[in-house]
Ligand binder design. Structure first.
Ligand code: HEM
Length: 532
């Protein structure tokens, strides 16, 4: 087992619940605060909840229990939020001084504890929202084939994340979702992705040349580079060019705004899941509204300046405006925000974590380099060479197993749905813990192996294909439409890096992954680079 520097700061809480836990903190649910005003407020919330919920928590619990699905007992109004808070605090006190790749214990210690008590599928409560936790690959297969239109996104998440995604593809449902999915699909086919290869090279070369110049200038053989920022620039350039074509530079400003918005949304002290809370004008909410509007405004500026339909993804989306049952201009704005966030951050993070893992595992770094050199003959790769890079694929797969950029996904039953032997009642949310699946001892070879970086496990192509416990790009109808693009970018950028530089971990790097919608390093990634 390889150990990394311990985290310097406090461990972050998982974002899904972080915000809700902050809500408890900010409410200060203690007996001393139980003033008549607070009680009146809680009563009002309860009434609103009752109106919102399809079934009462008790009814949902009974339905699930009658089917053998157990779970921790929910408390009045707060569900299991206080349990989550208690378990998280206990776990962070116990945390070992050295950090490993074991992220589930770090981000979801309460899931780990509940799995031990209730098995791989159980029900827990986020306030009044019933959530079915699923970590059984067979059940996930059943959900996959139970029809995309049966599932939506939980209303409280859609509202909470509205400034970031609006009604873009991630949040869209029913016919809107299908329509948007078709348009995005057209822009991300294998053929279209080939055309993007040029912009990956165009974005990467100046940055990598800059690294080489700095190494030569310093005269010490190696220098420290903060790679996270540079990978941001490369992946931001690629997605921005895909979306906005020749207007791509304006995309950088929008991306910067969306990142601050994302950090504010997931770090700010807010209440999630309580109706009306997003309208309360406190500082976090106000900042989120302002940034959301500013991002919209910048995208509208690009749209308004357009004459005719350009040959980019924005052009494709604009062609759908004003058609019968077509998109509105606001839908196009929302789609741009969605694609910028979904397409840039995830790809960047997968590269960041892969570089960290290769820096820690020089043997695998050498193997990837040898393969790239053999295929490219020491020159830059062309698009057709990427598919020959098998060891590179194994390394990337293993990196996304240990550090999946998206750690979980949530659906909500739009009607009563039969999934295998289970009857899932309308209104119940289902959380699929991608990280938990990727660290499942039964799927990945026991406690000795599961947290190890071992790309060899992906050498058996049949195993990887069959194993539905591996879902870094999601599953079913909502599977990531950007997978081909992401995989091309990953390979192109990595092959250029390993063929020019070797790298190790800098003593200044402290291993402190945090979860803000995606799993990211809290303090960036600092590596020591040497020219080959
Ligand atoms: C390594 C890179 C990436 C990873 C690991 C990743 C992962 C995922 C996952 C797990 C989902 C499913 C989420 C869910 O079911 O809730 C998803 C959906 C999505 N991804 Fe990606 N993604 C990546 C790159 C990209 C890129 C490059 C784009 C766009 C150019 C993109 C656009 C989207 C969109 C629009 C959805 C929503 C699909 C829908 O709901 O129908 N992703 N992604």
């Amino acid at each position: 087992m390889l150990y990394l520097n311990p985290p310097s700061g406090k461990d972050s809480e998982p974002e899904l619940l972080h915000t809700t836990l902050c809500a408890i903190n900010s409410f200060g649910v203690s007996s001393s605060m139980a003033t008549p005003i607070l009680l009146g407020f809680l009563f009002l919330i309860l009434v609103i909840y009752k109106i919102y919920c399809h079934l009462s928590p008790k009814q949902m619990q009974q339905i699930m229990q009658s089917q053998g699905i157990q779970g921790p007992n929910p408390k009045f109004l707060l569900g299991n939020l206080l349990d989550i808070k208690k378990i998280t605090e206990k776990a962070s006190k116990k945390q070992k001084s050295s950090a490993t790749h074991n992220l589930e214990h770090r981000f979801f210690p309460y899931f780990v504890e509940w799995k031990k008590a209730y098995g791989k599928n159980f029900v827990y409560w986020v306030g009044c929202e019933a959530v079915l936790y699923v970590q059984d690959p067979e059940l996930i297969q059943e959900i996959s084939s139970s029809g995309s239109f049966n599932w939506g996104r939980p209303a409280f998440l859609k509202k909470d994340r509205f400034p970031l995604f609006g009604n873009g593809l991630i949040m869209a449902e029913d016919q809107d979702w299908l329509h948007q999915r078709r348009i995005i699909g057209q822009a991300l086919t294998a053929e279209k992705v080939k055309l993007v290869f040029g912009s990956v090279m165009e974005a990467s070369l100046p940055i990598l040349n800059g690294w080489a110049v700095r190494i030569k200038k310093c005269g010490q053989g190696s220098i420290e580079i903060e790679v996270d920022g540079d990978l941001n620039k490369i992946t931001g350039h690629v997605i921005s060019k895909l979306l906005f074509g020749s207007d791509y530079k304006k995309g950088f400003e929008i991306l910067d705004k969306l990142k601050v918005l994302q950090h504010t949304l997931f770090k700010a002290t807010r209440i999630v899941g309580i109706p009306g809370s997003r309208f309360i004008p406190w500082a976090g909410n106000k900042k989120v509204w302002r940034l959301g509007k500013e991002a919209d405004f910048l995208i509208m500026e690009i749209i308004n300046a357009r004459k005719g339909f350009a040959d980019d993804l924005l052009g494709l989306l604009l062609q759908e405006v004003n058609h019968d049952k077509g998109l509105t201009t606001q839908d196009v704005v929302d789609e741009c925000k969605t694609l910028l966030i979904a397409g840039q951050e995830t790809t960047k993070l997968s590269l960041t974590w892969t570089l960290m893992l290769l820096a820690l595992n020089p043997h695998w770094q050498d193997r990837v380099r040898a393969e790239v050199m053999e295929i490219t003959n020491g020159a830059y790769p062309d698009i057709n060479m990427l598919s020959q890079m098998k060891i590179m694929t194994m390394v990337l797969n293993e990196s996304m197993r240990l550090y999946p950029p998206v750690s979980y996904t949530v659906r909500q039953a739009k009607r009563d749905i039969r999934v295998g032997n289970l009857e899932i009642p309308k209104g119940m949310s289902v959380l699929i813990n991608i990280l938990g699946m990727h660290e499942d001892l039964h799927l990945w070879g026991g406690p000795e192996d599961v947290y190890e970086f071992n790309p060899e496990r992906f050498s058996n192509v049949e195993f990887s294909r069959k194993n539905s416990g591996y879902i870094p790009f999601g599953f079913g109808g909502r599977v990531c439409p950007g997978e081909k693009l992401a995989r091309m970018e990953q390979k192109a950028i990595l092959s250029m890096i390993v063929s020019r530089f070797s790298f190790t971990i800098s003593p200044n790097y402290s291993h402190s992954p945090t979860s803000l919608l995606s799993i990211m390093p809290s303090n960036g990634l600092q590596l020591l680079f040497t020219l080959l």
